[in-house]
Design a binder for this molecule. Structure first.
Ligand SMILES: [Zn+2]
Length: 308
């Protein structure tokens, strides 16, 4: 069933705040680590280009209530949750002043997940995948408050769904991977970080520019060149607009935002999937014991991609 025709309110599972994945800007020699990220972006992009469009894939999705149950089951099977579904999931959230900032949100007090209504109503958004946003918010609903942890789990769940052949999952996974790889390379270059983080935070950082935003001090030109080669003109235009929004109008520190939503989860994910595994624990807000991330589906996918 087409999501647009779905009932707006659905009984089911849950969610949390999610971000639009932004994209980069200008200039310079980035670290070897950044070069590696760009290679990853190219590999993911090649697979992404072989996928049907999101508009096509969305037609294959079951109706929202069933989709929510399926995602909850995947999260449970992978050992990241209890299989609970949120009490309500809706795709009609009008986020007002946050309409360009927020893709979705989970409200723990009411166990409600809301996705930005623009995914279904705004012609500029209807070709944007939202499956990953739904998974992200449903991971929050399993009791995970830390964004970097939720982002990592989301990628593993998407990989699980993609490996299982679930509609739209491979498209979403490859799209996220290429974007996150490019953004990570940009983050490394722009803010002169030495390498991607290899530990997961246990609390969310404060993302606002209290004392002024972190200035861009590095040269991002080579990242920009690669980005230009990977994105088609429309994607690049949108990416640059997103970047301007984050840097100039979001009131958030883009260094912090990219660090916690993109660089940290990607760094830990790649280390865990392709290396010996990390000691990172996932923390939930109840009395559940900490969970050690298992990313076997991402490992299989990254091997298929010839990354590890
Ligand atoms: Zn979130």
């Amino acid at each position: 069933m087409v999501p647009n025709r779905l009932p707006r309110q659905i009984t089911g599972a849950l969610v949390a705040a999610l971000l639009l994945l932004p994209v980069p800007t200008v200039a310079g020699p980035e670290s070897l680590d950044g070069v590696a990220r760009l290679r990853l972006a190219s590999l993911a992009d090649a697979m992404y280009d072989g996928q049907p469009s999101w508009t096509v894939e969305a037609e294959r999705l079951p109706e929202l209530s069933m989709l929510v149950e399926h995602i909850a089951a995947y999260i449970d099977e992978e050992g990241y949750g209890s299989g609970d579904v949120p009490s309500e999931v809706s795709m009609q959230a009008d986020f007002g002043a946050q309409r360009s900032l927020q893709s979705g949100r989970y409200y723990p007090a009411t166990d409600v997940v809301e996705l930005n209504e623009r995914f279904l109503t705004d012609p500029a958004w209807t070709d944007r995948p939202w499956l990953g946003v739904l998974v992200h918010e449903m991971v929050h609903a399993q009791g995970y408050p830390v964004e970097a942890q939720v982002q990592l789990i989301t990628m593993e769940i998407l990989a699980t769904m993609a490996n299982d052949g679930y509609p739209g999952a491979l498209l979403e996974l490859t799209d996220r991977l290429r974007r996150q790889a490019i953004l990570s390379a940009w983050w490394l270059a722009a803010y002169e970080h030495d390498a991607l983080p290899t530990r997961l935070a246990t609390t969310n950082p404060f993302p606002y520019c209290r004392m002024g935003c972190t200035p861009i001090s590095g040269d991002t030109s080579s990242v920009s060149e690669t980005r230009q080669a990977i994105y088609d003109p429309a994607e690049l235009r949108r990416a640059l607009a997103r970047e301007r929004f984050w840097l100039k109008r979001s009131q958030r520190d883009y260094d912090v935002v990219l660090g916690s939503y993109v660089a940290e989860p990607l760094g830990v994910l790649l280390e865990t999937a392709c290396g010996d595994g990390l000691e990172s624990k996932l923390t939930r807000d109840d009395s559940s014991p900490p969970i050690f991330p298992s990313v076997d589906d991402m490992r299989a996918f990254l091997k298929e991609l010839a990354w590890c």
